[in-house]
Design a protein around this ligand. Structure first.
Ligand code: UT7
Length: 324
């Protein structure tokens, strides 16, 4: 008997405020043309004053629960992937748990920056297949606008806010790649790359939350290589080849990284879910957002084989192969 963690619901939330590239031309030496051509980003959503990561995560969770036809009472655990929590502690996950009216089960955060949702999915999968839980809400939620240095044109034009969520449920499978659910996971990190992407403040150093710093060009070169490698590894672990994959669901950092990775995997762009033009880089929220939008567009169908891949600060990177 094989237990599989199967996606039974998906949802997302985006803040109301949409900021077009042209907005940045007013305050920075930049242009819509530069942002579009270098990153593929056209607009992004920014949270309103007082709108927090847990609020957005809760909205996405409610949408995923409705999609699954479940209520919070059916859920055993809440895992939130985020690097932009409301408070240093408690976890965003326990705040979401409260807002959903859950007083049982357990909730915690996972911090692996832009790869956070892959790490959270891996954790949820492990808990489901070990029989510890039956239903898990896995959420990616971020307010990266709060850690932007608005004078740094090389970073502040790239990021956005939002949240996405999945409901994962235990189902009995056959143990083959024909099963629905998570089929394989590949996780990696290497702390020697810390300076490529980090936030220059924190509890035990400055006592502030700090601002994002990135060596974009150096990271770009690592990203395409490492994303293609981790996707290929996860696909091989599932006993599959890249040609078997119906959809690549990439972390949405830069259209050129997304295109480069798809090319290395031998896929045309019509097999890639792309949302970067509308959301910018929403860190751990970007993959569940792309999943939710991809489903709403009618791109990802039941039974489709998908590989989700992401890289971010750490560096931390990884991929998950799943059949929807
Ligand atoms: O989510 C985690 C993973 N994140 C990533 O993987 C991000 C990876 N990096 C990237 O996406 C790209 O490297 C960027 C979009 C950040 C930058 O694109 P690039 O093609 O690597 O540009 P660059 O950093 O090499 O900069 C090229 C030029 C520089 O000017 P000089 O030195 O050639 O005179 C920059 O100062 O573009 C300049 N520049 C800008 N110009 C106009 C940097 N930012 C801007 C800007 N507007 N906003």
């Amino acid at each position: 008997m094989t237990i599989r963690a199967v996606i039974t619901g998906v949802g997302h939330y985006l803040p109301e405020r949409v900021v077009e590239n042209a907005e940045f031309e007013k305050t920075l030496d930049t242009s819509d043309e530069w942002i579009r051509s270098r990153s593929g980003i056209e607009r992004r959503h920014f949270a309103a004053e007082g709108e927090t990561t847990s609020m957005m995560g809760t909205m996405a969770a409610k949408a995923a629960l409705a999609d699954a036809g479940l209520t919070a009472a059916d859920i055993d655990a809440v895992i939130v992937a985020t690097s932009t929590p409301d408070l240093t502690f408690p976890s965003v996950a326990t705040m979401v748990q409260k807002e959903l009216g859950m007083t049982c089960g357990f909730a915690f955060d996972v911090q692996a920056v832009c790869a956070g949702f892959i790490y959270a999915l891996s954790n949820a999968n492990a808990q489901i297949i070990s029989g510890q839980v039956k239903r898990v809400l896995v959420i990616g939620a971020e307010t990266f606008s709060r850690i932007m240095d608005w004078t740094d044109r090389a970073t502040c034009v790239l990021f956005g806010d939002g949240a996405g969520a999945l409901v994962l449920e235990a189902r009995i499978g056959t143990g083959t790649s024909e099963d629905r659910g998570i089929l394989s996971v590949d996780l990696n990190s290497d702390g020697t790359y810390k300076d490529m992407l980090y936030v220059d403040g924190g509890v035990s150093t400055t006592g502030t939350s700090g601002k994002l710093r990135m060596q974009g060009n150096a990271l770009f070169r690592q990203a395409v290589q490492k994303l293609a490698e981790t996707a290929e590894t996860a696909i091989a672990k599932a006993g599959l080849t890249p040609a078997d994959i119906d959809w690549i669901i990439p972390h949405q950092a830069n259209i050129r990284i997304i295109e480069g990775t798809a090319k290395k995997l031998g896929h045309a762009m019509d097999q890639v879910v792309v949302t970067v033009q509308d959301h910018g880089n929403t860190s751990a929220a970007s993959i569940p957002l792309a999943m939710s939008v991809g489903r709403a567009r009618g791109q990802i169908k039941d039974g489709d084989l998908c590989v989700a891949e992401a890289i971010g600060g750490g560096l931390a990177w990884g991929a998950v192969v799943l059949r929807w």
